[in-house]
Design a protein around this ligand. Structure first.
Ligand code: HEC
Length: 307
């Protein structure tokens, strides 16, 4: 009996924690993610897929630090030591990597953010974190990182006196590389990759767009070659409706880089700051547009608003 009691004393808290975690997973995946980001993994950052809705007047300095494991003959450095950002402002920075050896080498990066209390608010939209990356002999690439600091940072008592957040990367040699990606995809002249584009589309566009129906944003099936602001049944901003644009690889690239700058007055709140991501997204949209041409022509006869 005594022994049973003792076991129960140990087990009960475990069950409580387990139940709490399951409840969190079931009812609040977002909370669970934050919980995991906040505990156990000091300085773990958050992965976000689109801009925050608000930007604030408060600024914070984000400093960059880079390290390379001693057995990895790579040079790896941030292009800038630090940047000042408004909370909520999306920012693009680059890290330079170069393979100094005569052999192709696969490596992967780990990262953390200090002080640890700021990790919860540090959101990366685009980065090369944790992927196994290959650099060919003497190859050099610029790797983009797009991030923002959540405006809620300003309200957290733990961060009241924090004016600098440091993002630190360490590149390690991968002993048994499997499924490594070639870092040359970050080169400006790399071939467009519609498969990567589809992944980006899922992560960053499907909150508002689908290929065959209107959501918060207009349907994007068949967008390449289509006049801007022309999907039946979607309520466009007057600015986009009267923009007189036709979507092509070039106009889509400009649109994605900064919709509100490209066509002042439009309502899309998302920007894709780095060139390789835009290139791959456009390749994906081109691919799905080829397949959509036929069914679009059929749909054109249907009454507006029925699909
Ligand atoms: C938060 C919601 C949101 C997200 C996320 C979003 N968009 Fe949009 N998008 C919109 C809205 C709203 C419009 C219509 C803008 C207007 O009418 O001014 C739009 C319009 C567009 C258009 C013009 C379509 C047309 O019919 O003229 C394109 C192209 C587009 N988005 C591409 C993308 C891509 C690619 C992504 C992912 C990188 C993306 N959008 C992410 C909300 C979003």
């Amino acid at each position: 009996m005594k022994r049973y009691r003792k076991n129960l004393n140990v087990l009960l808290p475990c069950f409580v924690v387990l139940a709490l975690m399951s409840a969190l997973v079931t009812y609040a995946p977002e909370l669970y993610r934050k919980f995991c980001g906040a505990t156990g993994y000091g300085g773990t950052t958050q992965r976000a897929y689109s801009d925050p809705a608000v930007t604030s007047d408060r600024t914070v300095t984000v400093a960059f630090d880079s390290n390379v494991a001693p057995d990895l003959p790579w040079r790896f450095e941030p292009e800038q030591r630090s940047v000042k950002v408004h909370l909520g402002e999306q920012k693009l920075v680059f890290f330079k990597a170069e393979n100094l050896s005569d052999k192709p080498i696969v490596a992967h990066a780990t990262y953390n953010v200090t002080p640890e209390t700021s990790g919860l608010y540090f959101n990366k939209i685009q980065c090369f974190c944790f992927n196994e990356e290959r650099l060919d002999p003497h190859q050099k690439v610029d790797m983009p990182v797009v991030f923002f600091v959540d405006p809620a940072f300003a309200k957290d008592a733990d961060n009241l006196h924090v004016d600098t957040i440091t993002l630190s990367y360490t590149f390690l040699r991968s002993a048994k590389p499997s499924g490594s990606k070639n870092l040359s995809r970050f080169l400006a002249n790399a071939a467009p990759d519609p498969v990567h584009g589809e992944q980006l589309f899922t992560e960053r566009c499907t909150a508002c767009h689908a290929l065959d129906s209107n959501k918060a944003g207009p349907s994007l099936g068949g967008v390449v070659g289509r006049r801007a602001g022309s999907v039946a049944g979607y309520h466009y901003s007057p600015a986009l409706k009267s923009a007189g644009l036709t979507w092509s690889a070039a106009t889509l690239d400009q649109w994605l880089a900064d919709p509100k700058k490209f066509v002042p007055g439009v309502r899309m709140p998302v920007r894709v700051l780095d060139v390789p991501s835009r290139r791959d997204l456009v390749a994906y949209l081109q691919k799905v547009s080829q397949g959509a041409k036929h069914s679009d022509a059929e749909k054109a006869d249907a009454p507006a608003g029925e699909y």
